[in-house]
Design a protein around this ligand. Structure first.
Ligand SMILES: [Zn+2]
Ligand SMILES: [Zn+2]
Length: 396
């Protein structure tokens, strides 16, 4: 899959790499970007057939899933973004102690989402964006009629119950309400206090989170619940409302969806639990996806404030950020045929390299600047494309 821009830089529908190669060979296009591979046409197109593409975003605090699909569920883009993580050492600084509405971490995470949305719009003609804002829809708890929504059309799914279950898990803090996590069983289930067989309702006050171990034991009659009767919801709605997704909705023209919908749809598609597959389930709105790409762009945010610019306990020693041998920290480089990022530079002309995960790569002999090529200057993102092989083999 190659992304295509018109002569003015406006995104068109992507094309296959075969067509892209032909256009480049004929001098009808030039390379605009390498990750992801993007070409720009050098001639004016008469009619521009632009399909309507939907961008789905699985918002999250640590990892963000991103995917784009066409009307028929054709997947043309997948990415996973690792948002910036600040080390705890910043937390005791005066600036971060200020009682702002959002902490610097929260602000930077919102920016990471917005940046991804903007990026996608530079390479693909996006007409709609859908963001997963929360795991459940609070409005639908009391009024399931609001779930009669256009993106909830997959037959056979009880969206109302799925929403209530997602609520109950959140209400119970994703913790077994019988053993309180003592069994260390991570498989959580939702139990009917008055059994369904005894006409127990599907409403939240009849539901309780139990781990599978406790749940099975309970149904075998080996344990009895300590608590009986109604459970009061003790959910902190303020926390819900401050989610990154809700902030994004306020800042963009996106539509909203919820985790319980994504989960049902993803399971229906039999896709593994990955943020980019959640984004696939969001963007197709439950339609069976057809993967036109098996590439996932793994992105990691780095910005000027993101890495250590000073050295020493009291941060008194400013580290050089200018060019050294024509290279800067975080530049993407090619060395012996592989792509790396510069982690450290030595005045003796050697470099310490790292992969996209930020892991130091031990290379012997130590790579020399004179032996490497700068692929691109440091950007706010480090991007490495990965082909998901296991999934590729089942798609063909
Ligand atoms: Zn338990
Ligand atoms: Zn049960």
């Amino acid at each position: 899959m190659v992304y295509v821009l018109n002569v003015y830089g406006k995104p068109l529908m992507p094309c296959s790499s075969v067509i892209a190669r032909l256009l480049l060979k004929q001098g009808k296009a030039k390379v605009k970007g390498r990750t992801p591979f993007t070409i720009q046409l050098l001639y004016k197109t008469e009619t521009e057939y632009v399909q309507s593409l939907t961008h789905g975003l699985d918002s999250g605090s640590a990892k963000v899933g991103s995917a784009v699909s066409g009307e028929k569920g054709n997947i043309v883009y997948m990415a996973q973004i690792e948002t910036r993580y600040r080390k705890a050492r910043w937390l005791n600084r005066k600036n971060s102690m200020k009682k702002d509405r959002f902490s610097p971490t929260m602000t930077s995470k919102i920016h990471a989402h917005v940046r991804e949305m903007k990026f996608v719009q530079t390479v693909l003609p996006i007409s709609k964006t859908i963001i997963e804002t929360a795991t459940f829809d609070p409005h639908a708890l009391k009024n399931p009629a609001v779930l009669t929504n256009k993106w909830l059309y997959q037959k056979g799914i009880n969206y109302g119950y799925a929403n209530t279950k997602a609520y109950v898990l959140t209400r119970d803090g994703y913790c077994c309400q019988h053993c309180k996590g003592k069994t260390k069983d991570k498989r959580l289930e939702v139990h009917h206090i008055i059994f369904r067989s005894e006409n127990g309702s599907d409403e939240e006050d009849n539901l309780l989170t139990l781990c599978k171990t406790c749940h099975d034991a309970l149904h075998r009659g080996e344990v009895a619940l300590k608590k009986k009767g109604k459970k009061k919801g003790k959910l902190n709605h303020a926390t819900q409302m401050n989610s990154i997704g809700i902030q994004l909705l306020k800042r963009t023209h996106a539509e909203e969806t919820f985790g319980f919908v994504t989960k049902e749809h993803r399971q229906l598609m039999r896709l593994p639990k990955e943020h980019y597959f959640d984004a696939v389930a969001i963007t197709t709105q439950g339609k069976e996806p057809t993967f036109k790409t098996s590439n996932v762009l793994f992105k990691k945010c780095v910005s000027y404030g993101d890495y250590q610019q000073t050295k020493g306990v009291r941060s008194e020693q400013v580290m050089p950020t200018g060019k050294l041998f024509g290279f800067r920290k975080f530049d993407k480089v090619q060395y012996k045929g592989n792509d790396y990022f510069i982690k450290g530079r030595m005045s003796t002309g050697y470099a310490i390299l790292m992969d996209t995960e930020g892991n130091k790569v031990d290379l012997k002999p130590i790579p020399k600047f004179s032996k490497m090529k700068r692929v691109s200057a440091r950007k706010s993102w480090m991007t490495i494309p990965k082909i998901i092989l296991s999934f590729y083999s089942c798609a063909t």
